[in-house]
Design a protein around this ligand. Structure first.
Ligand SMILES: *[C@@H]1O[C@H](CO)[C@@H](O)[C@H](O)[C@H]1NC(C)=O
Ligand SMILES: *[C@@H]1O[C@H](CO)[C@@H](O)[C@H](O)[C@H]1NC(C)=O
Ligand SMILES: *[C@@H]1O[C@H](CO)[C@@H](O)[C@H](O)[C@H]1NC(C)=O
Ligand SMILES: *[C@@H]1O[C@H](CO)[C@@H](O)[C@H](O)[C@H]1NC(C)=O
Length: 400
């Protein structure tokens, strides 16, 4: 599938989602999908022998988030932070060889958060996600400053600890760095931050993603016309169509993995295999805001890791300056370990080098061995339990 076809598919499904949602009632059928595609986090945790508790965390700005805990040794809390369009599920859908279960087996107190807007956290004290724009007025900035901050405080209070460890993936790394920079008092609450596929710069992204970054502003205006605030929500019609195309057809794997996902994240990996792909698609994507995607597009096209750019007049109202403030990475004083794959088209080695130069406390930069290791392999790769997680465990054990 070419970039143009992909863009067209995404755009059309999003428009259909909003314009024809009432008419085109497409009921998602996931009849070909193995059980693990249909189970949610708590059910998967139970199935793999480590039942999870569900906690409710309310952020300072009123969002109600679900936080999952697989109880372990309370003195060793680890918070898992997922990527854009993801949920806590991403850390458990590989079952026995997923990071959440591996850490639970080793006795860590495992906490997995769900950011605002995703399947589990589509909830606010006042705003209705299905009605109006207020709920969706956020980007990775708020995910760091509010969602991550509240989850960190919640876990520390529950465990009676003064520090926890964080494993973040992709946008989960951006959030953590935003928090360390905007609320520097949080640096001392974090023992170590393991950043899988770190994202702060996106200027070296390649392939269709680079094109999407370039057309970001255009896409934003286009979607705004159709009042699209939520993109690819878990229960949306667009996701229903995607489920259909990506799990139910004989050519689903070629169409969606080889044709769409692989070019975006890093091609030629056989680490997300044909049997597993429908399970992943059943859980992902699970929704984010248009504003969040636009913010990432701005970061990529401006080559500046800064706050959301509203345009000159509104910037002045928001920030008292015509350009948005940059995130000051010198304030991110927590211990950081960066983990990269060589075949990652989203978090490239070049962009990670830029980040590494600016962060004051990078303890190590691990570049994983397999040549084919791509963006999503950090979460879903079938061999990650052998080629990546042993490093994570080793680092966590050295700090805990
Ligand atoms: C869509 O179809 C399902 C199952 O047939 C039904 O339960 C639901 O109410 C319908 N939704 C709308 C918006 O018509
Ligand atoms: C998971 O699914 C079960 C069964 O449908 C439900 O009872 C439970 O509330 C769900 N858990 C979460 C966190 O949504
Ligand atoms: C997961 O691993 C445990 C032992 O480590 C085993 O007993 C169990 O059957 C496995 N579960 C599945 C669903 O493969
Ligand atoms: C802190 O934890 C205690 C005991 O678990 C609980 O009673 C209290 O409500 C928590 N406080 C906050 C602010 O979450």
């Amino acid at each position: 599938m070419s970039v143009k076809t992909l863009g067209l598919f995404v755009t059309i499904s999003i428009i259909i989602n909003n314009t024809f949602a009432q008419i085109a009632n497409i009921t998602t059928t996931l009849s070909n999908v193995a059980e693990d595609g249909l189970l949610n986090f708590t059910e998967l945790a139970e199935k793999y022998g480590y039942p999870a508790n569900v906690h409710d965390v309310t952020t300072e700005d009123g969002y109600k988030l679900k936080l999952f805990n697989i109880p372990g040794d309370k003195s060793r809390p680890v918070l898992l932070v997922h990527g854009v369009f993801g949920t806590a599920d991403d850390y458990i859908i590989r079952g026995n060889s997923s990071l959440a279960i591996i850490l639970a087996k080793l006795g860590f107190d495992v906490w997995a958060m769900n950011v605002r807007g995703c399947r589990y956290s589509r909830n606010h004290r006042l705003y209705n996600p299905d009605n109006g724009k207020d709920f969706w007025d956020y980007s990775v900035h708020e995910l760091g400053v509010y969602d991550l901050a509240s989850n960190v405080d919640y876990v520390l209070n529950e465990t009676g600890q003064s520090q926890l460890s964080i494993v973040g993936f992709s946008e989960g790394t951006t959030m953590t760095i935003v928090l360390g920079s905007e609320k520097p008092e949080y640096n001392s609450k974090i023992k170590v931050f393991i950043a899988l596929a770190p994202i702060c710069h996106l200027q070296n992204a390649v392939g269709p993603l680079a094109s999407l970054i370039r057309v970001g502003t255009f896409l934003d205006r286009f979607l705004a016309i159709f009042n699209v605030e939520e993109v690819l929500g878990y229960s949306s019609v667009a996701k229903g169509i995607m489920n259909l195309l990506c799990t139910q057809l004989p050519i689903s794997f070629q169409l969606c993995m080889d044709g769409t996902v692989a070019p975006l994240i890093g091609a030629n990996s056989d680490d997300i295999e044909k049997e597993f792909f429908p399970i992943a698609i059943a859980h992902f994507p699970a929704g984010t805001s248009r504003k969040n995607l636009v913010h990432f597009a701005q970061i990529g096209s401006s080559k500046i890791f800064g706050q959301f750019d509203y345009g000159r007049p509104k910037n002045y109202n928001m920030y008292k300056s015509f350009t948005p403030p940059n995130y000051d990475l010198s304030k991110v004083t927590m211990d950081v370990v960066l983990v990269s794959g060589k075949n990652d088209r989203v978090s490239t080695l070049e962009d990670t080098e830029l980040l590494k130069e600016k962060l004051p406390n990078v303890k190590e930069h691990i570049i994983l061995q397999p040549e084919s290791f791509n963006h999503l392999d950090h979460m879903w790769g079938r061999s990650s339990s052998e080629v990546s997680y042993p490093y994570i465990v080793q680092i966590l054990e050295s700090y805990n």
